[in-house]
Design a protein around this ligand. Structure first.
Ligand code: WTA
Length: 654
């Protein structure tokens, strides 16, 4: 966020109290919310234990809520046993067997629905199929799928057997997929022949084959769902069709009861240094947090049709497409494609056709659709909508107001939800029947979530408007448990910065006089490009792996629609390219990064120079590069640079 944005956020004084009609029917009104806060403050662990008893079905009840003996490796409900798929399916069957659980709409317009009963049968068959492959509880399964109901089925089938799944976003490259498969040590890969995105075919099986060719020694079987019917490569003995695997299986499969701390999933995400981190989540605590936040923040009801546009490859697609919603027995819509297919009215057409009541998306999508004008939403009947949400990056007040006015018809609550892959569930967000909202603020921490803002020395920042590091001061049930295979990195990343006293989020924020939180952005080298989390280091390594690149430095710069865009400064091994040669190399490097990491990581700008600005100790001055990328005047003292003359060159276009 730039100084200018910060200023505009600080000046934002508009407030939108919940409408009385909404409050009247809401799960939580101001009184009930106040009650939750009081209980949580009186007895933090007891508050969560109480909810865990009422909201989660346990096979063996737990005797202790929070175990701090191995802090910061906290454990929740540790001696309880449960099954997450049982909680998302079986327990709903008596009352909701015929209720629609999933609606899948393909980009081409094909629609499929699954009732809870049907979903239960499909998942049981798939689980039986996976078990027939010899998988044991605790084994890892990587899922590389399009955004279709079968992706959710694959996750839940794993959960049913106590297998730990790791979903890899379908837009990631063969190399990224390989790295994740290898780090997780997966025995099985579940994928599809292909998918469709923005009118283009996505060649999932082909990319998966490439990943497996490069290594992935632990993978024994590849289960392939036939989505498009396209021609694909096939390795007999290793590859199996989903439909053939399921054909012989019984539609019931006893759930495997696991301990609450059993890893439900790993999800790889970018950090500031090195390779992506395998965020490890638990079963019991994660599920509980997912379920209650869905009730509090989305006010979920039995007659809702809920749609979250996030892909299952991201944490939002885990908690707020699958576990939080099915855990509550809700009806969830999944859409496979792009928001602009065939035109920018697609989202609104889906809302209209399916009578969507709750709509949750990313600011980047709102900004993109806002640019396309009001005609698209105005042409569709959005009258069923009752709640809107955003996630993934700060929303600028202008986009918030457009969402409020054009989509919400000035009538609907907007929940701006702050959380992370690591937190597992929403942490800071309005409760729609209770919290007045302010455009651009995620408002206040939810009950049972202890957030604070501290300075560099870990001292709480008390002055309204003063910025600092966002931290969480008490453990919460859905918190990450560790980084897969690297507990030391877990501790040093999240706990060491403030001497194990707080979980450090890596965001900067400030709090206003009403105690509302305003997220300013990341304090580390993590970018948010269209809401997707990318490490500058990852993009730099991808660039440097090109034979012509000697050195690269990547920074973010504000982008009207994407929030942030990627700006790369590149030093070549040979002479600095200029003119047409530079242009060609830019194209080549962009394609190279897409090949290495995936299309989402392609730099928007690449600038060539003979060197990077370094201090005498060899550290790249990123703040300086950020200013240059933004075209801002240089205010830093460049006299300490090893090569001050380079600054002029870095400011020149190729
Ligand atoms: C950012 C996404 C402002 C933040 C669920 C965080 C937000 C990172 C918001 C986590 C929000 C997420 N307002 N910033 N409402 N939500 N962020 O792991 O920088 O993909 O640290 O999880 O997204 O990204 P992740």
């Amino acid at each position: 966020m730039t100084e200018k944005d910060l200023e505009s956020v600080l000046k934002e004084t508009r407030q939108f109290p919940p409408k009385p009609e909404f409050v009247a029917q809401a799960r939580l009104n101001p009184d009930r919310l106040a009650g939750l806060y009081r209980t949580a403050e009186r007895d933090h662990a007891g508050f969560w234990a109480q909810l865990a008893h009422t909201e989660v079905s346990w096979h063996r009840p737990f005797s202790q809520a929070l175990d701090e003996s191995r802090a910061p490796n906290y454990r929740w409900f540790a001696d309880g046993t449960l099954n997450v798929a049982y909680n998302c399916l079986d327990r709903h069957l008596p009352a909701r067997g015929e209720k629609i659980a999933l609606i899948g709409e393909g980009e081409k317009g094909d629609v499929r629905t699954f009732t809870y009963k049907q979903l239960h049968a499909e998942i049981s068959k798939l689980a039986n199929g996976l078990r027939s492959l010899g998988l044991q509880p605790g084994d890892r399964v990587v899922i590389y799928m399009p955004m279709i109901p079968e992706a959710a089925m694959a996750m839940l089938a794993c959960a049913r057997l106590g297998l730990t799944h790791s979903v890899v976003f379908g837009g990631f490259s063969a190399q990224s997929l390989k790295d994740r498969i290898e780090d997780a040590g997966a025995r099985v890969l579940i994928t599809a022949d292909g998918g469709t995105r923005a009118g283009q075919g996505v060649e999932l099986k082909k990319v998966a084959d490439e990943a497996l060719e490069r290594g992935c020694q632990t993978v024994e079987k590849v289960v392939v769902y036939r989505r498009t019917g396209q021609r694909i490569g096939w390795q007999d003995g290793r590859d199996l069709w989903w439909h053939e695997l399921l054909a012989a299986q019984a539609p019931d499969c006893p759930p495997v009861w696991v301990e609450a701390e059993h890893p439900l999933f790993l999800l790889y995400t970018s950090g500031s240094t090195g390779k992506p981190k395998g965020i490890q989540h638990s079963s019991g605590g994660y599920l509980l947090n997912a379920i209650v936040t869905t009730q509090w923040v989305f006010d979920i009801r039995d007659d809702d049709v809920y749609w979250c546009t996030a892909d299952v490859g991201w944490v939002t697609g885990h908690t707020y497409v699958v576990y939080g919603l099915l855990g509550n027995g809700a009806t969830v819509l999944m859409y496979e494609g792009a928001p602009t297919q065939p035109d920018a009215g697609r989202f609104w057409k889906i809302c209209q056709n399916h009578g969507v009541t709750i709509f949750y998306t990313a600011p980047t999508a709102i900004r993109a659709l806002m640019k396309m004008g009001e005609d698209f939403p105005n042409r569709h009947d959005l009258s069923k909508l009752r709640l809107l949400g955003t996630v993934g990056e700060p929303i600028n007040p202008e986009a918030w107001m457009w969402y409020h006015r054009v989509i919400g018809k000035e009538n609907l609550p907007i929940v701006d939800t702050w959380w992370q892959t690591e937190t597992g569930a929403i942490m800071i967000a309005p409760v729609p029947g209770a919290t007045p909202t302010k455009p651009g603020s995620c408002t206040r921490p939810l009950p049972g979530i202890a957030a604070d803002i501290v300075d560099g020395a870990g001292r709480p920042v008390r002055d309204a408007g003063a910025g600092g590091h966002l931290v969480i001061t008490k453990p919460w049930p859905a918190m990450l448990r560790t980084l897969w295979g690297d507990n030391e990195r877990y501790i040093s990343t999240y706990w060491t910065p403030f001497k194990n006293r707080y979980y450090v989020a890596g965001d900067t924020a400030h709090r206003d006089a009403d105690g509302y939180y305003w997220i300013l952005g990341r304090s580390d080298d993590v970018l948010k490009v269209s809401g997707h989390r990318l490490g500058t280091m990852e993009v730099e390594s991808a660039l440097v792996s090109h034979p012509r690149v000697a050195e690269a430095a990547v920074v973010g710069r504000p982008h009207e629609i994407k929030g942030e865009s990627i700006f790369a400064f590149v030093v070549c091994r040979d002479a600095r390219p200029q003119g047409a040669e530079a242009e060609n190399l830019v194209g080549e490097l962009r394609a190279h990064v897409a090949q290495e990491l995936g299309a989402i990581a392609k730099p928007d700008d690449i600038r060539f120079a003979e060197g990077l600005p370094k201090t005498r100790s060899g550290k790249i001055m990123r703040r300086l590069l950020r200013a240059i990328a933004r075209g801002e005047p240089i205010t830093q003292d460049v006299s300490t640079l090893e090569n001050p003359a380079i600054v002029t060159q870095l400011q020149e276009k190729n």
